[in-house]
Design a protein around this ligand. Structure first.
Ligand code: N01
Length: 582
């Protein structure tokens, strides 16, 4: 129930006066719940950018949101990556927004175009598109301490004109694996056949009937080899390091359907049941989610799950390589499973055992105009050379991000990408990173982690509005503590074992810079309650008392009195110990 004061007294306005105060006047002319206007810029409209756009608009009043996207469409990695077989190797029903289940995924592991279409639908449904400026690339960001704003330089990719912008809060949602790079192999660019990187695929190129070389057996190479195999004449697959292949999740779901992993399609009848019966869908979805969330123990050295996984994985690989048993010995790693990123690789091991594939483990020495020369002196002629060789994983942004005292993020992270909870860095106020260093997962649900990181950003921005804060910055000590915590945590995990991995910046040993120190359920709890004491704050008009305002609430200032706190649905009824007689 509400009442408008003007109904009683008409609309006489009140002007406060500042009485002289020897210590300075600290009563600030604002209602206690007045939310000051904030401009937030998000860089990127992949999954992180879309979820940020949804949650910020849902939770932050008085928000001016702008999302800059270099591409002509949303989807990020799922828009850009178009190599043959590009799909998510996490089951589709666990790789979607928690609040927007898609009951119509066509396959168990969804392909890139279907994932991109899903995120485009989500962006449309929640009204994100009108806030996204496409083909606009942020090329510089610098913090201005005097104004407590980020000054941006943005390039219009059509006219190539650069123009300035500014914001109170900057969120980097550019993705951890977006900056693809050529491998450093002598002579690579002397090659006269077709040369392509997995992350920059030219879909117009017809490789049918060709002799192909695929360098790299990371998650991309593992998907490319079986998917090119049916139409090419031959594949030389260059495998520098050994790798584990995982048995799939939800094996019982696959067995139930009598399907194979490679062709696990949901039937129209099953999709119709999911759509008609939400409980049936939830049961199915949660069963797969439960499996995804149940393997954290296998990442900790010496646990029964970790020790047990080696023999289960080895047995699975042996069966899948039964046509060429000698390959099993050549591929079996000496490091534990999950040290490098694990993938089930549907069809990969079976493809390696195909007569059209040669697995080459002799090191690549150089490339010439016609092919690849390996350390054993053999020249391997090739028509089409595919580098599935990964990304720049230094986490340094591709454009200058300049924080306090003129220090750039590239300088701050020159030695190692120290951070706080993967989302913040000292010296860079009002700046949050989605999927920054130490935010990837070796198991569990990455989408859950992304959502919870973004929740955390919204809690921080809400605090800035509530407490009249103009800038908040994580403390150096908190960054140092988290860095030390990560270093100690990872000594007990498989990720620190002796394998080359982008989790360690492409090194065999060294710091684990890419992974979250815990499970995704652990990340969910971590991000639920920001530790405000780990930040420092600057206040609007340098008045730390501003948060309490001038004694009014917003409604009262607008001459509206609201007593809905007496409604049953707003009442916090305590549990009753005994029922009293009337
Ligand atoms: O890259 P990688 P990726 N000579 O860095 C080899 C995500 N992803 O694009 O292991 C010879 O993992 C290198 O060899 P080595 C996912 O998070 C997800 O495959 O360093 N070889 C390695 O084998 C994944 O982890 C999906 O000895 C050279 C490979 O190239 C991440 O992206 C799908 C070489 C690089 O592997 C990156 O995967 C695809 C050289 N000079 C990707 N240089 C999903 O399904 C490098 N290599 C969700």
């Amino acid at each position: 129930m509400i009442r408008r004061i003007s109904e009683i007294f008409g609309s006489i306005s009140y002007k406060p006066t500042e009485a002289p105060s020897p210590d300075g006047w600290i009563v600030q002319e604002r209602a206690i719940d007045q939310c000051r206007p904030l401009r937030v810029v998000v860089i990127g409209s992949g999954i992180s950018g879309i979820i940020s756009s949804i949650r910020l608009r849902q939770r932050i009043p008085n928000l001016d949101l702008c999302v800059y996207e270099k591409n002509p469409d949303v989807g990020g990695t799922w828009l850009e990556n178009r190599y043959p077989g590009c799909a998510c190797d996490i089951p589709a029903h666990t790789y979607q927004a928690s609040f927007e289940p898609n009951k119509e995924w066509s396959t168990f592991y969804a392909a890139a175009p279907e994932i991109q279409r899903y995120w485009k639908r989500v962006a449309e449904k929640y009204g994100c598109l009108e806030h996204i400026k496409f083909e606009q690339q942020v090329i510089e960001a610098s913090w201005n301490d005097a104004t407590s704003k980020w000054n941006l330089l943005v390039r219009d990719l059509d006219s190539l004109r650069a123009y300035p912008d500014e914001c109170d809060m900057l969120i980097s949602a550019t993705g951890a694996l977006n900056d693809w790079k050529w491998p450093s192999i002598p002579g690579l660019h002397d090659f006269k056949g077709k040369l392509m990187h997995s992350a920059k695929w030219d879909e117009s190129y017809d490789y049918n009937g060709q002799r192909v070389a695929v360098i790299g057996n990371g998650s991309s190479g593992i998907q490319i080899v079986p998917n090119m195999l049916p139409t090419v004449a031959h594949i030389d697959h260059y495998v520098r390091g050994r790798t584990w292949l995982a048995p799939t999740f939800a094996r019982n779901q696959i067995d139930m359907r009598g399907a194979e992993l490679e062709n696990f399609l949901f039937s129209p009848e099953e999709i119709a049941i999911f759509k008609a019966d939400h409980n049936a869908y939830q049961k199915f979805r949660k069963e797969i989610e439960l499996e995804l969330q149940s393997i954290h123990g296998a990442t900790l050295l010496g646990t029964p799950e970790q020790i047990g996984s080696e023999s289960v994985f080895a047995q699975n690989m042996k069966i899948r390589l039964r046509r060429k048993p000698e390959l099993f010995e050549n591929l079996l790693p000496s490091f534990p499973p999950a040290c490098r990123r694990l993938t089930p690789g549907p069809g990969y091991l079976e493809a390696l055992a195909d007569d059209k594939v040669d697995v080459i483990s002799s090191e690549i020495v150089k490339v010439d105009s016609k092919g690849i020369i390996t350390a054993d002196g053999v020249h391997h002629p090739t028509d089409f050379l595919v580098c599935a060789t990964g990304f720049d994983t230094t986490f340094t942004p591709r454009f200058p991000v300049i924080g306090r005292n003129g220090v750039s993020l590239a300088q701050r992270w020159a030695k190692t990408p120290e951070n706080y909870l993967s989302v913040a860095v000292d010296g860079f106020p009002n700046y949050f990173v989605c999927l920054g260093p130490n935010s990837a997962l070796g198991e569990g649900s990455l989408l859950l982690l992304i959502e919870k990181e973004i929740d955390y950003f919204t809690y921080c921005i809400q605090k800035m509005q509530r407490d009249n804060i103009r800038s908040m910055c994580v403390q150096k000590e908190a960054v140092e503590r988290f860095t030390r915590h990560c270093d100690q945590y990872f000594t007990r995990t498989v990720f620190s074992s002796n394998c080359r991995s982008w989790y360690k910046g492409g090194q065999k040993d060294g710091r684990v810079t890419a992974l979250w120190p815990g499970s995704s359920l652990h990340a969910m709890k971590t991000f639920a309650h920001p530790r405000w004491e780990d930040y420092t704050y600057d206040y609007v008009e340098d008045n730390a008392n501003g948060w309490i305002g001038d004694g009014w609430t917003m409604n009262e200032k607008n001459k509206v009195i609201n007593v809905d706190y007496l409604d049953d649905d707003q009442m916090d009824f305590p549990p009753i110990a005994c029922v009293m007689a009337e």
